[in-house]
Design a protein around this ligand. Structure first.
Ligand SMILES: [Zn+2]
Length: 46
């Protein structure tokens, strides 16, 4: 599980992912709907 931060609205959210499959993944923010790259927005692993 990763903790991500939306670059648009700054909200944090958890992301459940298989390790090693992150580079092409995009995540849609559940708060504002903005879609961003997972790898650029990781705060930490939880
Ligand atoms: Zn957002």
């Amino acid at each position: 599980m990763l903790l991500l931060k939306c670059p648009k609205c700054g909200q944090k959210m958890k992301y459940n992912s298989a390790s090693g499959m992150l580079t092409k993944k995009r995540k849609r923010c559940v708060y504002c709907g903005h879609s961003f790259k997972v790898t650029d927005s990781i705060i930490k692993k939880v």
